[in-house]
Design a protein around this ligand. Structure first.
Ligand SMILES: Nc1nc2c(ncn2[C@@H]2O[C@H](COP(=O)(O)OP(=O)(O)OP(=O)(O)O)[C@@H](O)[C@H]2O)c(=O)[nH]1
Ligand SMILES: [Ca+2]
Length: 983
């Protein structure tokens, strides 16, 4: 047998009250330091080991060497370094210090604990696996757990060899005490073979007079012994079974030991305070839960504001003390301790409750981190397999210790009881992602929201939770009431957009179905949720609608996608707001997005409406042509007349035969059709008559289009101011389009004008499909295809004066602002009859959006659209025609960029230079007004790939943003919990 070393002696001396007296001359002990007790009978209960049934011990088989790939991560157990300042005496005192290792308590050997009652914990439980584990740190510290129980029934290490192995298993329990060294370890090595779940409980028993040995394990983890090699040692077990069998079941730990344990625990806390041992955790989370025997209450240090006790320098790994703030780190969801990728698995073990230091297992999560529960980080993705990640994330979300506690939830200003919380969470339609906080609940309609805020969900009605609703629950100031609550501005807006009469400060009663009536009136006025456009309005205003009504286009896809989504991604929706000055191309981009990202972009009903719109548009274009034809004809006739007056007989453009016939003349049949059409257009009834009349007039349309005079007019279309750019696209297909069986193609829809809804709102949910760029993506990147986005397009007129309705969009993640590059030489009415440059008008609108108070923190992506038109135009019309662009100097920039450019493919095109110039103009302007960075993307709204690129860019920005936020928030929160509260 191996000679006991200094450390072991230290251990033994601490164990005296339990085991046999130690021989007088300690030096003579060669082995077997725990001996049968032969002293006088003791008055207190002795701890007992309950026999185990050897047949029921499952053993882990030897891991086949081939299955251990090189990549597999084995936990490396590193000895704790002792600072030079620690003297040898101290060393003795703090025996074992150098061997204390911190490993997952669960990944190596797992026991299943069977707690019989509050005071006892037997060892009789099945050993899930038992054996020698070998840690791959080269030291080959072996551990034989069975050796820890001596035949005497006392405790001891029968075989003193490499006891560090045993200790390693207790890393959790000892670390829980917030110290990585000294005596606590000795005891806990023996006492606290604890697990992740009930550890605090075990300690509390130890604290109580009848102390119990807590050998426990991590539920459900026994099968998953990652990273350690288990060598079954059944024989070892058998050796020990005898004594286990003939030991009287008795408590294992005496009260004396308990008290000693406690006092050593205390002293070790003190030791930690003063000393600066390298492995001190640097956190107060040492939160030991001691159960107060009398009250049964859990007494523990408050971990709500966990702050590092020993301040770990910002950016350093809490374990190895290396790295800097840019080193990627994983954060403990309880205490905020951060570990680098080298240490995280050692510090967190097999993570039975998710990302917690092994010492934090069993403790409630830091509520600030609740929303991140179940969301895997990149660092873990790199270290663990997908299956492991899934299990860990699942546990992180679902394990009991991480669940919300009732006393933190208030509903209608009343603290919830556990029963109420259960009632709330188990109802058919519970609040999503309930967090600690104060909520209001309208039991009649089921509306649910945070105190002082608009509703965020409709949950099951009539639940018996919380108090009665307060009028000021949502802090509304509209004088309009709904079920005794004054509604918010956004809700009022919703009512207005849905056409509900809100004049005279009405008080509505709205039931769970959405039926509403005014107070004091008998009849039901209608149903809120079945009103046309309501779903869209609610989606856009981020107001809840009942689940069953939520099937507007897009929702199906979401559900579809949700089915394929990993749980933790469900329900996350990033909103993108798309705005721009009139005609900048926002609806084109919106349609493009629909076509790009939806398998079925337009419903049958939508297609029918689109068809009608296109058909009446085409008549409008025809009308404009006919108008132009008349004008051109008149011009020529005038010319002829004046030439005749001057007696010039062969004036051009006059056909030989007839007097008044020009190339712009049409026959009488077409003339009467033309007259009628123009009359209808002037009267403004075009929409009313068409496309009902389409079928009837289709043959005439064909005749008209083929007529030479019309074709002549069409050739001069650039002179027709009111004819839009896309008119020729449709006019060239006018014959097909005017047919009754015409079905618009996606391109038709894309080019079609006037498809926006009456309130100027459009909204779609989507996710970015994997693109061809994403060829070499790993599994984690594949998840991104399930991230959900919502694109909301609002027309400028939907924003009201001074963009007052922008505040409805406070929860969007990013605003995409669209500017037409071809606007620089165009003019428009500034609203008061004054003509202004359209680029200036666009810029003014841009200013009012970016400076809106609700967008203070908003990311902006500027899409400079219609690049194709800029290319067309810039050679003809100088950019400097727009005052704002007066200093555009393409020659200078061209030569400069040439000399800089490593690619000598010639000068960048003028349009390219203009784009860069305009982008910089906007960026500078943005920075001067907001102090932030503007992202810019170029686009051609009519080209799908270009819109795809721009929108994917917005996704990238959001992603960076999120990562940045995570990073800085976690860096920050170690030092200031308050600050992160308000963030
Ligand atoms: N050539 C070209 N035309 C575009 C581009 N983007 C949009 N258009 C056209 O420009 C016109 C205006 O685009 P819309 O998408 O309707 O613009 P909008 O922002 O919705 O305009 P409003 O509804 O007036 O606010 C349409 O005829 C589009 O077809 C583009 O990149 N290039
Ligand atoms: Ca942001």
């Amino acid at each position: 047998m191996i000679k006991l070393d200094e450390k072991m002696k230290g251990l033994i001396s601490r164990m005296v009250p339990l085991g046999a007296p130690i021989a007088d001359n300690e030096d003579e002990i060669d082995y077997s330091f725990a001996m049968e007790y032969q002293g006088p009978p003791v008055t207190y209960d002795l701890p007992r080991a309950v026999p185990i049934d050897i047949k029921r011990i499952p053993t882990a088989s030897v891991v086949a060497p081939t299955s251990l790939s090189d990549k597999m991560l084995l936990p490396v157990v590193q000895p704790i370094l002792i600072p030079d300042s620690v003297s040898k005496d101290q060393l003795k005192e703090t025996a074992l210090v150098s061997e204390c290792v911190v490993v997952s308590p669960t990944s190596v050997i797992a026991f299943e604990k069977r707690v019989r009652d509050g005071n006892e914990c037997g060892l009789s439980s099945e050993f899930s696996s038992l054996g020698t584990s070998r840690f791959s740190n080269g030291l080959d510290q072996s551990c034989e757990l069975s050796d820890m129980v001596d035949s005497s029934g006392g405790l001891g290490f029968r075989d003193g060899q490499e006891c560090s192995g045993e200790l390693s298993h207790t890393g959790s329990s000892s670390d829980r005490l917030g110290t990585s060294n000294c005596k606590v370890h000795e005891c806990s090595a023996v006492l606290g073979l604890s697990d992740g779940h009930e550890c605090s409980g075990d300690f509390s028993h130890i604290g109580s007079s009848s102390g119990t040995l807590g050998i426990s394990s991590d539920k459900g983890q026994s099968g998953e012994i990652r990273s350690s090699e288990i060598l079954g040692s059944l024989e070892d077990c058998e050796e020990n079974v005898d004594f286990l069998n003939d030991t009287d079941p008795q408590d294992w730990v005496s009260s004396e030991l308990s008290s000693q344990f406690l006092s050593s625990a205390e002293s070790s806390f003190k030791a930690e305070d003063s000393s600066n041992l390298p492995l001190t955790r640097g956190k107060k989370t040492a939160i030991v839960k001691f159960r107060d025997v009398k009250s049964g209450d859990i007494v523990h240090e408050d971990n709500s504001g966990v702050e590092p006790e020993t301040k770990v320098k910002k950016g350093l790994c809490y374990r190895c003390q290396k790295g800097n703030r840019f080193t990627e780190k994983e954060v403990c969801i309880v205490c905020n301790a951060k570990y680098c990728s080298n240490c995280v698995l050692r510090a967190m073990g097999s993570m039975p409750e998710g990302r917690k230091c092994v010492t934090c297992i069993g403790y409630p999560v830091d509520e600030l981190k609740r929303k991140g529960l179940g969301k895997c980080s990149r660092i873990l993705k790199r270290l663990l397999s997908e299956l492991e990640i899934r299990q860990i994330m699942e546990a992180e979300k679902l394990c009991e210790a991480n669940q919300l506690q009732a006393e933190y939830v208030y509903v209608n200003r009343q603290q919830l009881s556990q029963d109420e919380l259960v009632c709330l969470q188990s109802c058919p339609n519970p609040p999503t992602k309930l967090k600690p906080g104060r909520y209001w609940y309208d039991k009649v309609s089921g509306l649910w929201g945070k105190e002082g805020q608009k509703p965020c969900k409709i949950i099951s009605p009539h639940l018996n939770v919380g108090g009665p609703i307060m009028a000021d629950a949502s802090n509304g100031n509209t004088l309009v009431f709904m079920n005794n609550r004054e509604i918010t501005k956004v809700e009022l807006r919703m009512f207005q957009l849905a056409g509900v009469q809100c004049a005279g400060n009405p008080h509505f009663w709205v039931d769970e179905e959405g039926s509403y009536q005014e107070e004091g009136q008998k009849n039901i006025k209608g149903n809120l949720w079945s009103k046309a456009g309501m779903k869209l309005v609610c989606a856009v205003l981020s107001l809840p609608i009942p689940n069953k009504a939520a099937n507007f286009s897009g929702e199906e896809l979401i559900n579809q996608v949700n089915g394929a989504l990993p749980d933790y991604r469900k329900g996350m929706l990033q909103k993108l707001l798309l705005v721009g000055y009139n005609g900048s191309g926002t609806s084109t981009i919106f349609k493009q997005a629909k076509i790009l990202y939806k398998s079925d972009p337009f419903s049958e009903e939508e297609c029918e409406n689109i068809k009608l719109t296109i058909q009446s548009n085409v008549y409008k274009y025809l009308g404009i042509l006919l108008e132009g034809r008349e004008r051109f004809e008149e011009e020529i006739l005038k010319e002829i007349r004046s030439k005749r007056l001057l007696d010039q007989p062969d004036a051009s453009g006059i056909c030989e035969e007839g007097d008044n016939k020009t190339i712009y003349s049409i026959g009488t049949r077409l003339k009467s059709f033309s007259d009628w059409l123009l009359k209808v257009m002037v009267s403004g009834n075009l929409e009313a008559i068409f496309p009902a009349a389409t079928r009837e007039y289709a043959p005439l349309v064909e005749e008209l289009w083929k007529d030479a005079a019309i074709q002549e007019t069409f050739n001069r279309r650039s002179e027709l101011q009111t004819l839009s750019g896309v008119a020729s696209y449709f006019l060239e297909r006018v014959v097909d389009i005017s047919m009754a069986d015409y079905e618009p193609t996606n391109t038709d829809i894309l080019y079609a004008e006037g498809l926006t809804s009456s309130n100027g709102l459009a909204c779609m949910d989507f996710s970015f499909p994997l693109s061809s760029h994403d060829d070499n993506i790993d599994a984690s990147a594949q998840h991104e295809q399930y991230l959900r986005y919502q694109l909301i397009r609002v027309h400028t007129r939907g924003l009201g004066e001074n963009c007052k309705w922008l505040e409805m969009f406070e929860d969007v993640g990013m605003t995409i602002f669209c500017v037409s590059l071809s606007d620089y030489d165009q003019f428009c009415d500034d609203g008061s009859g004054v003509l202004i440059n359209r680029m200036d008008a666009s810029r003014r609108f841009f200013e009012s959006v970016i400076t809106h108070p609700v967008f203070e923190e908003m990311d902006f992506l500027l899409i400079l659209n219609k690049f194709d038109l800029l290319e067309d135009k810039i050679e003809r019309v100088p950019l400097t025609i727009c005052d704002w662009f007066h200093d555009f100097n393409p020659v200078a920039s061209r030569s400069r960029s040439n000399s800089d450019s490593s690619i000598s493919t010639g000068a960048p095109a003028l349009a390219q230079l203009a784009f860069h110039y305009i982008a910089v103009k906007f960026k500078k302007h943005f920075a001067s007004l907001t102090g932030r960075k503007l992202y810019v993307s170029m686009a051609n709204g009519l080209e799908s790939s270009s819109v795809d690129d721009a929108l994917r860019y917005s996704r990238e920005i959001l992603k960076w943003d999120e990562e940045r936020a995570n990073f800085s928030a976690s860096e920050y929160s170690i030092y200031s919990t308050e600050a992160s509260n308000s963030a």
